[in-house]
Write a protein that binds this ligand. Structure first.
Ligand SMILES: O=C[C@H](O)[C@H](O)[C@H](O)COP(=O)(O)O
Length: 219
């Protein structure tokens, strides 16, 4: 398969997974919208369904795109739960551990996923992995940045703007032996706002498109 063919297959898979997830969204729902190129296919699929929903976006990018499609978006503000949240992923392990944050939105995405009754992950087949590996996205306070990085271990800083919440975006690039232990270790580092390891307990559904097939499993 040529590079172009592989790219277009990946795009078709992203769209197919996004469209399958859009069918789970019903009239009247409060919906958390993730961030990224797979979610970019979800937004028009939701708009096409014509359901009356209220949405909260996890990034300015998603917010702008959702509004342009006529989806009713609002601030997270006083909303304390979502009926459903739908988002992409960078890595999906067989046991349901995820890595997110390739687009630097993992902190907000985790808050939204944790507030959702049903968190649905959508992805093309390239995102399924045998085991979780680095890089693990990080959001760090700029206050004490060097000390925080020293404590974390091997990190690289991304050449991207600060997050909408003022965080520095970096990646942990050391070994990940056990995602649960690594998540606990990272979460305990002062100055680390959040990391991109998402536990299976946050995830309700994983929808992966593989060629013409849709694999939909509950976690
Ligand atoms: O920060 C970005 C998010 O976690 C994305 O959901 C993740 O990086 C997957 O993005 P994409 O759908 O573009 O592969």
């Amino acid at each position: 398969m040529s590079d172009d063919d592989a790219r277009s297959l990946t795009e078709r898979e992203k769209q197919a997974a996004a469209r399958a997830a859009a069918t789970l969204v019903q009239d009247g729902m409060l919906v958390g919208l993730g961030t990224g190129s797979t979610v970019a296919y979800l937004l028009p699929a939701l708009a096409e369904r014509g359901v009356r929903i209220r949405c909260v976006s996890t990034s300015p990018r998603t917010e702008e795109a959702a509004r342009a499609l006529g989806l009713a978006t609002e601030a997270f503000g006083d909303i304390d739960r979502f009926d459903i949240a739908i988002d992409g992923a960078d890595q999906i392990a067989p046991d349901g551990w995820l890595v997110k944050g390739g687009g630097a939105a993992h902190t907000r995405e985790k808050v939204v996923a944790a507030a959702a009754d049903r968190f649905v992950v959508i992805a093309d087949s390239s995102k399924t992995v045998e085991r979780i590996t680095a890089p693990i996205p990080l959001e760090l306070l700029s206050f004490g940045l060097a000390a925080t990085r020293r404590r974390i271990g091997a990190t690289t800083l991304r050449d991207v703007p600060l997050s909408p919440d003022g965080g520095v975006i970096a990646d942990y690039v050391g070994d990940v032996v056990d995602p649960a232990a690594e998540a606990a270790r990272l979460s305990a580092v002062p100055g680390l706002v959040d990391h991109g390891l998402f536990p299976p307990a946050l995830v309700a559904d994983i929808i992966v498109a593989r060629g013409a097939e849709i694999e939909h499993r509950t976690v």
